[in-house]
Ligand binder design. Structure first.
Ligand code: PLP
Length: 724
């Protein structure tokens, strides 16, 4: 073995060897640069090793050193690439065979576009085309340019090429390696056609809407939609009929009830709508939601199919769904002839921010399409819309990252990578739950601790027994969707109107709940505002994804490292200690909040304001009764660019028509959309806005993130409305 290792070294490869299967397993799981594997069949645990290889790598060359005359299990033949006989062949010969297989493997790894770029870059040619930095050379002519060049390195700049390099194909016509890469991605993500979009799902959403909606069309839109969906409504001149999601006592946005998607309900809504007329042409649903609630997409297709011929799932946060059986049926491309036969199947669009939860550069996004008879897609026409939103100077390294992201999820590695993130999230969830109960049982500290929003217990289908979440088998939690379903009768989630299996909590999106709010009862007597905890975590170098009044959202993405969450638990425990010890606020969070108070008193003070303002209940009222739509969003935009709007303080806001949307994050659901009436001065919208403004004036360090409200010099809101 040593001689083989030395010979491999001479060929530029490094050999790592062990007698123990556990060590080998650790390498297989953690080292993606593995290029070949050499295994002695009689080593105990070899079958486990080969199983691990098969579930992680596609085509990794495995060589077996067989023991004499033994018949191998059939599946082993499928995994191995060949045999090696160390006693019969020379080490140089064996090393040569391994190196050759490793090289072939490495070569086949590269997906179409990245492969073409990789090979082209090797050619070191001069360019006479844009970009003018010409492989980075222009930067070398200036001191600051030199710093930039050294910072990013030559390779990034060398592969920043123009659309006029013929070998790479055209992103606007989808030809050559770029077209091949898109077709490969379509196969991997289960679409008829996939378009690479380089300005984020913001652009992908505008493309989908701009393609599907004609001026004046009635469309059915999730109220919990991203700004870019509103942009699509504005540029197309659509008449939106909004679908309102559920909310719970924690202020989290839930799913839209199935009863709200029903054809009869919707036709009645359109009939009584002041602006919308005719049959709706398009529907858009956010899936999953920010907080990790994902629909049974096939069910949504069955409900909305008879209503809209084109159904768009905004899956900005959900590109990984197809690669783990836990999410079966939960993503747009799961709607096909098999899952939804019959003429009601809509044409489905899915937009995914590849960069958000897979591995790709920021802005890298995909638009997937599955065409149905109802509204067949003419791809050359769709491409006209695509080109309206595309740049003629795309960034090729970003394009390559899309190609690589698809290849990374192909074959067994998609399930492996998503499985790893799910497993870590489950470990964190169980560790938090166990810690909370240990604190309670120990009795020496105040009993409170941070909780995690999840089912308190799960049913093990194999035994029929219900077990506490913390004691459930992690393997069961990682594979059984029913463990994560929002059962209609369960109370932990706080949402009403659900149906069996309709909605699932994605384990990788973890909501940490601070004391002070309950999914069912809303704000409770005492509590700790999440924004103070978030400020503390930031000081500790931990940045959470989203902060609500009493919730913190953390994501277990593929970038998670084992045990990274240990530092988060540690910081939360330290916060508890500082709170319980009643430490001075300025000692815990220097420069934050008022002087001369303690962490605990400050938390109590802020919580009391949140509680007494009744903000949670108000917000509920705001969303329960949709405001009156008066003009279409496109008309508001016309007014905006033609001086037909003005900014007014809250005192002048009652009974006005809003010109740009207003959304408070979280929950991020707009309370007012362009063209809607603000309602009377004592109505829920006006009361809520005044409450928020007062809170922000009282606690500037904890100010609400509110889109669509400009702040004047005194910190008072100014809102854009249509001129009377
Ligand atoms: C982030 C987001 C988008 C926009 O995606 P980008 O890739 O950032 O442009 C669209 N929809 C939803 C639901 C999002 O969260």
């Amino acid at each position: 073995m040593r001689s083989i290792g030395a010979a491999l070294n001479d060929l530029g490869l490094e050999m790592c060897w062990t007698h123990r299967t556990t060590d080998a397993l650790a390498v297989i799981v953690s080292d993606a640069s593995l290029a070949a594997l050499l295994v002695a069949w009689e080593t105990p645990g070899t079958e486990n090793l080969l199983t691990a290889v098969r579930s992680r790598f596609h085509r990794l060359p495995v060589f077996l050193m067989p023991s004499d005359g033994q018949d191998l299990p059939l599946w082993v033949y499928e995994v191995i690439h060949g045999y090696v006989f160390p006693m019969e062949d020379t080490p140089t010969f064996i090393a040569g065979r391994i190196a050759h297989a490793a090289e072939e493997y490495a070569d086949r790894l590269l997906p179409p576009f990245f492969g073409a770029l990789y090979r082209l870059e090797d050619k070191h040619r001069y360019s006479w085309h844009t970009p003018a930095h010409a492989g980075g050379v222009a930067f070398l002519k200036s001191p600051v340019g030199r710093v930039f060049f050294d910072f990013y390195g030559e390779r990034l700049l060398r592969t920043d090429l123009s659309i006029s390099v013929p070998e790479l194909g055209s992103p606007l016509d989808h030809t050559g390696p770029i077209g091949e890469a898109e077709r490969n991605a379509a196969r991997v993500f289960g679409a008829d056609r996939t378009f690479f979009v380089l300005n984020g799902s913001s652009t992908a959403n505008r493309i989908a809407g701009h393609h599907a909606i004609a001026r004046g069309d009635a469309v059915v839109v999730d109220r919990n939609c991203h700004k870019s969906v509103q942009h699509a409504l504005t540029i197309t001149g659509a008449c939106p009929v909004y679908l309102v999601p559920e909310r719970n006592g924690l202020g989290l946005a839930g799913p839209i009830r199935p009863s709200a998607l029903d054809a009869a309900t919707l036709s009645q809504r359109i009939e009584s709508h002041p602006l919308a007329t005719g049959d709706p042409t398009y529907g858009v649903i956010t899936n999953s939601t920010y907080d990790g609630l994902c629909y049974d997409a096939v069910r949504v297709g069955e409900l909305l199919g008879p209503v809209v011929p084109r159904l768009h799932f905004d899956e900005a946060w959900f590109a990984y769904a197809r690669f783990n059986p836990l999410y079966a049926r939960r993503y747009g491309m799961a709607i096909d002839e098999r899952t939804m036969p019959g003429g009601d199947r809509p044409t489905v669009f899915a937009t995914q921010s590849t960069h958000k939860l897979l591995a790709a550069l920021s802005q890298a996004s995909m638009l997937h399409v599955r065409s149905a008879e109802r509204a067949p897609v003419d791809y050359s026409r769709l491409n006209e819309t695509y080109n309206m939103h595309a740049s003629t100077s795309p960034l090729y390294p970003m394009m390559a990252s899309l190609d690589v992201a698809a290849a990374m999820m192909d074959g067994p590695s998609g399930a492996f990578l998503t499985g790893e993130a799910i497993a870590e999230a489950i470990r964190f969830r169980q560790a938090m739950t166990r810690l909370a109960s240990r604190i309670r049982e120990d009795g020496r500290r105040p009993e409170w601790f941070f909780e995690v929003w999840q089912p308190p217990s799960v049913l093990d289908p194999s035994t029929g027994q219900t077990v506490a979440f913390a004691d459930a088998d992690p393997a069961l939690l990682a594979t059984e969707p029913r463990c994560w379903a929002l059962e209609p009768e369960a109370s932990w989630h706080g949402f009403g109107g659900l149906a069996e299996g309709y909605c699932l909590l994605d384990p990788i999106k973890v909501t940490i709940v601070c004391p002070g709010a309950d999914a069912v009862d809303g704000t409770t007597e005492w509590g700790i505002p999440a924004r103070i905890v978030a400020a503390y975590l930031t000081r500790r170098g931990i940045v959470v994804e989203k902060t609500g009044d009493h919730t913190l959202l953390v994501l277990f993405s593929m970038g998670i490292t084992k045990g990274k969450w240990g530092t988060l638990i540690d910081a939360l425990t330290d916060f508890k200690q500082a709170f319980d010890a009643d430490l001075p606020l300025q000692e815990v969070l220097p420069g934050f909040g008022p002087p001369a108070t303690t962490l605990r008193r400050f938390c109590e003070q802020v919580h009391t304001v949140i509680r007494d303002s009744g903000a949670a209940t108000l917000l509920d009222e705001v969303f329960t009764n949709l405001p009156e739509p008066v003009v279409a969003p496109s008309e508001c935009h016309q007014a905006l660019i033609r001086s037909g709007t003005e900014r007014v303080p809250l005192s002048d806001l009652p009974d006005r028509i809003i010109a740009t949307s207003i959304a408070v994050t979280p929950p991020g659901i707009p309370m007012l959309m362009p063209g809607e009436d603000t309602g009377p001065g004592d109505g829920p919208i006006m009361t809520y806005l005044r409450t928020l403004e007062a809170f922000d004036l009282a606690f500037p360090d904890l100010a609400t993130e509110i889109h669509g409200a400009h702040r004047d010099a005194q910190g008072r809101y100014q809102i854009e409305v249509m001129t009377r």
